[in-house]
Design a protein around this ligand. Structure first.
Ligand SMILES: C[S@@+](CC[C@H](N)C(=O)[O-])C[C@H]1O[C@@H](n2cnc3c(N)ncnc32)[C@H](O)[C@@H]1O
Length: 245
């Protein structure tokens, strides 16, 4: 099995001012192997080469939580985190590996993806993560999930406005949504500012960076929950993406 680049330690250090411990590195390696194995039966990800996996899945997942010192501290101390549309477990599983004091809820609407993640969690003995088959629009209206989380992560689930509608209702006051995006435009800034404001949020930071191996453009948006989300949000299943705020 291809070794998942232990020589990346220096790049972790240079870019995130952090390095995985040996046991975290071993779990990253095991995660990579399990995903390659799972890909034989399920179409989980087209990213399978070790360098690409490292950069686009591991590094990218962790880069999203790295720039905010307050966020890192809260993950280290123990935060309640939800990852919406986690797919094969990104960014939630790498975050669960590095933030062992936090609880990570991994949500996806596709049962077969969640069944696969259940296997990953059990193989990696990741007891701080749990799974849920559901849609963001549904759990956003359920009292056991609405306004219950400190951090909501969302990567590659849609444009920023629906992502704001999926995540902000789930956050406690003061909580933070991290929306992982590729390219970004000024028009998107205007539309997400408007969406966030209607949902009780504010745009705290739009972080623009490139990935360390292929210089690919990335953006992460950080939305802070500053007021209660009005009861009519999130709207019914499908509406946030079909009729963005
Ligand atoms: C392109 S994949 C991204 C997976 C992962 N976040 C990543 O970055 O590799 C989008 C995932 O979001 C899930 N999804 C889409 N809309 C959703 C919703 N409203 N609620 C929950 N999951 C959703 C899909 O089932 C799919 O697994």
């Amino acid at each position: 099995m291809t070794n998942l680049l232990p020589e990346m330690a220096e790049i972790w250090q240079q870019t995130l001012n952090w390095q995985p411990t040996d046991s975290q590195q071993a779990r990253f390696q095991q995660l990579y192997e399990l995903i390659l194995e799972g890909n034989r039966q399920l179409n989980l990800t087209r990213i399978t080469e070790p360098q690409e996996f490292w950069e686009k899945h591991l590094w990218d997942s962790l880069r999203g939580v790295a720039p905010q010192q307050q966020l890192i501290s809260s993950l280290q101390l123990g935060a309640s985190v939800i990852d919406i549309g986690t797919g094969a477990g990104f960014p939630g599983v790498p975050v669960a590996i590095i933030a062992s004091n936090s609880t990570i809820t991994l949500v996806d609407s596709t049962r077969k993806k969640i069944t696969f993640i259940d296997t990953i969690l059990s193989e990696l003995a990741l007891t701080n993560a749990k799974t849920l088959v559901s849609r963001a629009e549904e759990i956003g209206q359920q009292p056991q999930h609405r306004e219950q989380y400190d951090v909501a992560l969302i990567r590659a689930v849609g444009t920023a406005s629906p992502c704001a509608e999926y995540t902000l209702p789930l956050l406690k006051l003061g909580g933070l949504a991290v929306i992982y995006r590729g390219t970004w435009t000024e028009e998107e800034t205007t539309s997400v500012e408007n969406a966030a404001q209607q949902l009780g949020g504010t745009v705290e930071l739009i972080d623009n960076f490139t990935t360390p191996l292929t210089n690919s453009v990335r953006h992460c948006l950080y939305l802070r929950k500053v007021a209660k989300t009005p009861a009519n949000f999130p709207r019914a299943v499908g509406v946030p993406s079909q009729k963005p705020i």
